[in-house]
Design a protein around this ligand. Structure first.
Ligand code: SF4
Ligand code: SF4
Length: 357
């Protein structure tokens, strides 16, 4: 019987794999028994048409309930029982397209794990929202690129997306009191050339909405699903997304940092906002200098892929750990080798590393 982990505060459960990074540390600190986060890719494929992503171009594949259960049971054995542990339901696409999503949440809830989800809202009806809350989800993140419907819907590629998000915020507000849930609500925004100069307005709008707990900003550095877009600035197909006006970049990020200091509900740290600003101003310099001084700690996190395999790094699909039917293939040496590889990772322009909080 699994020992229940005490539910902890939700600050770290409110995003994707946030808080991935730490200052450089000795490799002797590695300890695979201390997993503090699980990231579950419940779906491949999407129902949106975002300019920032091409996952909607790939065929739909879903994570099967039994494979999820095997992978989560395996991961659970490695979890730190003295730290916050959280599970994030995301995907290379829209997680609500996985019809078993509430069962997956329910199972992780039965293990005592905090859980969060990131959704584009498109198929999030009031009934589905109620089911998510009833299944025990502890934080729901809605993607929203701007409080201006024209800017938002342009980036999302779906007319009416902004309206859907606003409706879901209203539904959440009603359900929160009806269901007496402690579930929180957040906004996730990808910063591009299209919404940069409206970001301050968006943050002020979020701040006024009592029901929204926070907003998390990620700087675009690649178009998901397009392997050729790693250096977005130099990519002819997608560089329309790249903010080019350095005066606007400086002005907006300086204002965001001021708002953060004034305790506006921005989840990113001041360091993170500063990193995003420097990255947009000069990505090559940022990659060569500042990037070298931070190190990801994905060795303390686990990613469960849509086929039920496990990786430590969610960005690089190398050496997935396979879990065979009924027998857990837990080879500590393999896992520790992967942990060492992560600590030596020189991959530049990593989306996770850039957007850590
Ligand atoms: S950004 Fe999210 S919602 Fe948009 S296409 Fe990609 S996976 Fe779908
Ligand atoms: S690609 Fe490298 S830096 Fe990025 S999350 Fe993976 S191991 Fe960490």
């Amino acid at each position: 019987m699994y020992k229940k982990i005490k539910k902890k505060c939700l600050a770290s459960a409110s995003g994707r794999f946030n808080d991935y990074f730490k200052k450089k540390t000795s490799h002797s600190n590695i300890n695979i028994e201390k997993i503090i986060g699980i990231h579950v890719n419940v779906i491949e494929g999407c129902n949106s048409r975002c300019l920032t992503c091409e996952f909607w171009k790939i065929p739909i594949k879903t994570l099967d309930y039994n494979k999820f259960k095997e992978a989560i049971d395996f991961s659970y054995k490695l979890i730190a029982n003295d730290k916050e542990v959280y599970i994030t339901f995301v995907g290379s696409g829209e997680p609500l397209l996985n019809k078993n999503i509430c069962e997956l949440i329910n199972y992780s809830n039965s293990l005592g794990l905090n859980s969060s989800i990131v959704t584009n809202s498109l198929i999030l009806s009031k009934k589905k929202l109620k089911n998510l809350i009833k299944s025990g989800i502890t934080f729901i993140n809605l993607s929203l690129e701007s409080n201006n419907p024209i800017i938002n819907d342009k980036i999302r590629g779906i007319k009416g997306h902004h309206t859907r998000v606003i409706k879901n915020i209203e539904n959440f507000e009603q359900l929160q009191s009806q269901e007496k849930t402690k579930c929180g609500l957040g906004i996730m925004t990808v910063v591009t050339s299209y919404n940069l100069d409206n970001l301050v307005n968006l943050v002020k709008w979020v701040n006024e909405k009592k029901i929204i707990r926070n907003i998390n900003l990620s700087a675009i550095n690649t178009v998901f699903g397009d392997q050729n877009s790693i250096l977005l600035k130099n990519n002819t197909k997608h560089n329309h997304l790249w903010p080019k006006n350095s005066k606007i970049i400086e002005k907006v990020y300086d204002e965001l940092i001021k708002l953060k200091i004034q305790n506006f509900k921005i989840l990113n740290s001041i360091d993170s906002l500063q990193n995003q600003k420097e990255f947009f101003l000069n990505p090559e310099k940022f990659n060569n200098n500042r990037f070298q001084n931070i190190q990801c700690n994905v060795e303390n996190k686990i990613t469960i892929n849509t086929d039920g395999t496990i990786n430590l790094c969610p960005s690089i699909q190398d050496n997935p750990i396979k879990i065979h039917e009924n027998t857990f293939f837990y080879n500590k040496k393999i896992i520790q080798k992967l942990q060492h590889d992560i600590l030596k990772c020189k991959f530049q322009n990593c989306h996770i590393k850039l957007n850590c909080r």
